[in-house]
Design a protein around this ligand. Structure first.
Ligand code: PMP
Length: 393
């Protein structure tokens, strides 16, 4: 009989040889003394005293846990307020808070499609959308990145009556934006729903950080659904689906990742409500984050590194092979900067990269330190030169 763990050890060995091992490295509260260009704390709110106070006050009043699923005891007055506030903030008719963005995507895509529907998904959509497509049991068509014509063809050629198109608003590693207005024209023409994942756009893109759909004039449209994570620019944890009341009622009745999951912990809800207050009081914060992202991209491009112009706070520096990306991240750390290191399957083969994330509070000194770090990367690892086109993950 084969040792049941032998297969896992062999596979781990193969990942080690390919430079694909991932390690959990516990950090200190101050990011081990490094400049943080790796987190998704785009507005620097996760340690903001106002959010901490919101979380503490919520814990005092409601406890540390929500005590149950939202349909049983988990919907506190705080959750109901957050449902409403998130809908109002993004310009949507109704909202529903989930306990993560991942679960919000599972709920929206699977809950609003089904085995008789067609689901069309961009090839670089986030893993939670990929899993949501599988969970939907719908026929799934994966379209080339940002290819509106391919989306239209899939919708036009379908036999299914119901169809749903799903896209990241801002793509999580490449940092580019989906052609939302064009996609909506096509989904409207063909009677399909458009689901937009605002994870990396909320709090960064659009007037006051109301998101990419709001900026494109799409929020509040009856055939548009937004999904959010509350864990990035809003500095806490959780997710939400926003859309027409009919959609929200459907998810309350049938959304499995909503119904069978314990509701968001009250301190997270309290922190997000405080984050929305901060955004209302400081509407210039999102533009600051966008400005810092553009500065990071121009530093990288100036050094001959392979980057692209960022739609929000995410700036990729493509280095090619996994080992190059790992070495690049090490060099950055040696120069005092923490960056993300993304390898397959998080990115397509041959496109391993550093993922740099801007923060509204980044200082000139921090940007100068980054320039030194990236200059060392360009010198020691070299700019990415292979011409590799993105493939499906
Ligand atoms: N969508 C996108 C585009 C994301 O990047 C993420 C988080 N990495 C999620 C959804 C999932 O959100 P959460 O972390 O709140 O589960």
């Amino acid at each position: 009989m084969r040792d049941p763990l032998a297969r896992l050890r062999e596979a781990t060995g193969r990942r080690t040889d390919a430079g694909l091992r991932r390690r959990l490295r516990p950090r200190t509260p101050d990011h081990d003394g490094l400049i943080d260009l790796a987190s998704n704390d785009y507005l620097g709110l996760s340690r903001d005293p106002r959010l901490i106070e919101g979380a503490v006050a919520a814990a005092r009043e409601w406890g540390t846990g929500s005590t149950g699923s939202r349909l049983v005891t988990g919907t506190t007055e705080l959750h109901a307020e957050l449902d409403r506030r998130l809908a109002a903030f993004t310009g949507s008719a109704a909202g529903l808070v989930f306990s993560s963005g991942f679960l919000a995507n599972l709920g929206a895509v699977a809950g609003l499609s089904g085995p008789a529907a067609l689901v069309v998904s961009d090839q670089v959509n986030h893993a939670s959308i990929v899993d949501a497509c599988r969970l939907s049991r719908a026929r799934v068509v994966i379209t080339p990145h940002r290819d509106v014509a391919a989306v239209e063809r899939a919708l036009a050629e379908r036999d299914e009556e119901d169809a749903l198109v799903v896209t990241d608003a801002v793509f999580s590693v490449d940092g580019d934006q989906a052609p939302l207005a064009e996609l909506h024209t096509v989904t409207r023409r063909h009677g399909a729903l458009l689901v937009i994942d605002e994870a990396h756009a909320l709090g960064v893109v659009g007037d006051g950080g109301r998101g990419a759909a709001h900026a494109a004039g799409l929020s509040g449209e009856p055939d548009v659904v937004l999904t959010l994570t509350l864990s990035k620019s809003l500095g806490a944890q959780g997710g939400a689906v926003l859309g027409a009341p009919e959609m929200i009622e459907t998810l309350v009745d049938t959304g499995r990742s909503f119904i069978f999951d314990t509701a968001l912990a009250p301190p997270a809800a309290g922190a997000v409500l405080a984050a929305l207050d901060v955004l209302a009081a400081e509407p210039g914060l999102p533009a600051l984050a966008r400005d810092r992202a553009r500065r990071i991209a121009s530093i990288a491009a100036g050094l001959g590194l392979h980057t692209s112009s960022p739609a929000a706070a995410v700036v990729p520096v493509v280095l090619g092979e996994p080992t190059a990306a790992v070495r690049g991240a090490e060099i950055c750390a040696e120069h005092g900067v923490r960056v993300g290191c993304f390898r397959p399957p998080s990115v397509p083969k041959g496109r391993a990269c550093l993922r740099l994330t801007a923060r509204a509070s980044l200082t000139e000194f921090e940007l100068t330190t980054l320039e030194g770090a990236l200059a060392a990367v360009a010198g020691q690892v070299g700019p990415y030169s292979a011409c590799v086109t993105s493939g499906p993950r």
